[in-house]
Design a protein around this ligand. Structure first.
Ligand code: GTP
Length: 342
């Protein structure tokens, strides 16, 4: 089974983290994000994944290489951003696509049952089957009402006001080759705005998925996904956590500090005496001085905090930024990569 993973967006909502590392390989619970998706795809029989890249494509390729477990990796790089459907057409024009393809948004952490989705696709003889998921709050998603037999009745992008259904598009599609062929070549094309709305009544089906699903594309959801992985709320192959539910990579120096609950320290971090790190994420090579307090914070690679620094909920410190002794980084603050904060 072949899959194409959309991994070329700029990830603007996750800045400043995505200014130094692209979202597909952003560390999540200490691992490049896409490795979770590739594990999931491998469990459902995918043996080849085409990674559709654009923004910072070299970094994605350098981190993931040409194989992840049983899944062979290929790369298609866009000169211009082609949206969500355009990259599929580009991969087809490169001769990489067979008769059937899974297409996945590349920023979703999920354990939904793709095998069952493919089985339903076979049974209905659909041209395309989209995974749909019921959520409590549909306001930031497009919704997809379906008929009793699963046929999609409309494809409604996000809008104000009450939605006709709580089922959202989960960003996982099974497509037959004929769908790929109807995507126009050479320009940005959107599945959500163009291809799927035009296919209503022409073999477009929804599969009612169940299970864990989160899009990691905002700071709040990036942290939520981290906590859910640490607490085993989603299936993964994460190594065991410590008694505080935290994951501290080898080579970290933390004696004299209090780490946890629910924190992640990447490789070669150091945290000074009497500092506390709660529900926070440190990427690799982060240094935290003495008497600091971090709560719900994210510090990118090589960020450096002096002594007595406070970093509050959902604050994000960019790669290589330096925060001086005694500073307070307020809730939700964003510090650019390399910035110096007095
Ligand atoms: P924001 O800028 O924060 O909206 O993030 P994003 O750029 O990732 O956009 P969005 O979350 O809407 O994208 C959903 C998925 O599609 C992500 O996995 C993106 O990497 C991917 N994606 C978005 N636009 C493109 C594109 O033009 N080309 C490719 N190959 N992938 C894209």
């Amino acid at each position: 089974m072949q899959a194409l993973v959309l991994a070329g967006g700029e990830g603007t909502r996750l800045r400043p983290l995505t200014l130094s590392v692209p979202k597909p390989v952003m560390p999540l619970a200490g691992r490049p994000f896409l490795t979770f998706m590739l594990d999931w795809l491998g469990r459902h029989g995918v043996d080849e994944a085409i990674l559709s890249c654009g923004f910072m494509s070299e970094a994605v390729e350098r981190v993931l290489g040409d194989r992840h477990g049983e899944v062979a990796l290929r790369y298609v790089v866009e000169d211009q951003a082609l949206g969500t459907a355009g990259p599929v057409r580009l991969a087809a024009d490169h001769g990489l696509i067979g008769d059937r393809l899974l297409v996945l948004n590349g920023d979703v952490l999920t354990d939904i049952d793709l095998t069952a989705q493919i089985a339903q696709h076979d049974q209905t003889g659909a041209a395309a089957t989209l995974a749909l998921l019921a959520v409590d709050d549909t306001s930031s998603y497009g919704v997809v009402p379906t008929a009793e037999n699963g046929e999609v009745e409309a494809f409604l992008e996000k809008s104000a006001g009450p939605a006709p259904t709580d089922r959202i598009n989960a960003g996982a599609y099974v497509l037959e080759r004929k769908v790929v062929e109807r995507i126009e070549a050479g320009r940005p094309v959107s599945f959500e705005l163009e291809v799927f709305p035009a296919m209503v009544g022409e073999g477009l089906y929804g599969y009612m998925a169940a299970g864990y699903w989160i899009d990691i594309g905002t700071p709040e959801r990036y942290l939520e996904a981290t906590y859910d992985l640490l607490a085993d709320r989603v299936q993964s192959t994460l190594p065991p956590r410590d008694e505080t539910g935290s994951l501290v990579a080898e080579g970290c120096i933390t004696s004299g500090a209090r780490i946890g609950p629910m924190s992640v320290l990447g490789h070669h971090c150091s945290v000074g005496d009497r500092s506390t790190v709660e529900r926070s994420v440190l990427h690799d090579h982060v240094r935290v001085g003495r008497d600091c307090a971090l709560t719900g914070a994210v510090l990118a690679e090589r960020a450096h905090l002096g002594d007595r620094v406070r970093v509050e909920e959902e604050a994000m410190v960019g790669a290589g930024a330096k925060v001086a002794d005694g500073a307070r980084v307020e809730r939700g603050a964003r510090i650019e990569p390399g910035e110096r904060v007095e």
